[in-house]
Design a protein around this ligand. Sequence first.
Ligand SMILES: *Cc1c(COP(=O)(O)O)cnc(C)c1O
Length: 455
Amino acid sequence: MTRPNGSIRLAETNLNRSNGYAIMQTRFTLPQSSIPTHWYNLAADFPEPMDIPLHPGTRQPITPAEMSAVFPENLVAQEMSTERYIEIPEEVRDVYALWRPTPLLRAVRLEKALNTPAHIYYKYEGSSPVGSHKPNTAVPQAYYNKVAGTARLATETGAGQWGCSLALACQLFGLECKVWMVRVSFNQKPYRRLLMQTYGSTVYASPSDQTEFGRKQLAENPNCPGSLGIAISEAIENTVTNPGTKYALGSVLNHVCLHQTVIGEECIKQMEEAGEEPDVVVGCAGGGSNFAGIAFPFIRKKLCEGKAYRILAVEPSSCPTLTEGELRYDTGDTAGMTPLMKMYTLGRDFMPPSIHAGGLRYHGMAPTVSHAYKLGLLEAAAYPQNAVFEAAVLFARSEGLVPAPESSHAIRAVIDEAIQAREEGRKKVIVFNLSGHGLLDLASYDAYLNGQLRD
Ligand SMILES: *Cc1c(COP(=O)(O)O)cnc(C)c1O
């Protein structure tokens, strides 16, 4: 259900109140030696097994050999694994050490501004070199490809965070990297394209004239703004027509969600350090990976230790995959080349409007997140973008960090949870994943501050 576009009434918040908690601990950090040694695989603990992926042509179960056309065998094995814990290679932990463990912070100033008895914690993934959670999977994907003998990776990117993450990871492991970037973002967000180029990657606006599928789209509509689905189709076409090239995806797939669980594993330890148990765990959801990253280790505690956490995924009301999509088999791309996956979907032809949270414009939801939702292990909410930016600005003015538009969906839901706690007059512990900073998204803030955002 889409929640109403309620107003936080910025003018009534307590931003200017003197604090009086000068020596209170609000940052919970871990030593580098605490970087997790294993990723957690929720597929091992589902009370009901997931539906297996099917071949898009034959609708028969897809075989590892067929998947190996686009992914290296070591990642295919992870994709299909039901092993509970998968060891993180030393080479990957060594790169994670550039920015992990990421901090957990308590947003005391936001709590004050909202005059809420709720305790609000956030896991800050914007502290990675590219400013989001996505290198958590880009790094292992580049590593496993390197080990498997891949020379070049092809990929798509929406707002550019994934492209930057893979560009960085490819550079660190000595792989070539080609990125198809959704055209609307390519035009709106030149800084991320420049960042990818700085890391040594080649970037094309999608649809592009580099692939048959892209040329077909351009012939039908020369002004096509592009979509993640189209860009994925282009990157896959380029992969299967170029030997030595493999494909990498920044969200949705099981192995991507798996790699992101370092977020939740660290967060559990940090909440212990803070001496609190969450009542609610919140994340924004595009393809589902950062949400899975924070949520799955907590879902393990629900399933295995009987914890009663509420787990909340937050999406844009313009791309309401969980809240309004259908659970069925669909392909991950527009052309229908990827395996059919059982997931909540708006349909592979769904063309989301050009909202400012580019990273949330995707028609499907990760099969693992979809399955958990079907089993009632999590809840979902959707918000329109003005309500989201209102929350983002309040967060920036109270906590100082400017959140990514994507992450601000989670913040909006957190603020509503905190206001509800105030109205009910009870304490509530909320933890959310702040998946990235918004310093390269200030044009979206410009649009919001000038009253130009449409819902
Ligand atoms: C890409 C991105 C998202 C959305 O992707 P998920 O796979 O749903 O996590 C969310 N936040 C940020 C900052 C992103 O870059």
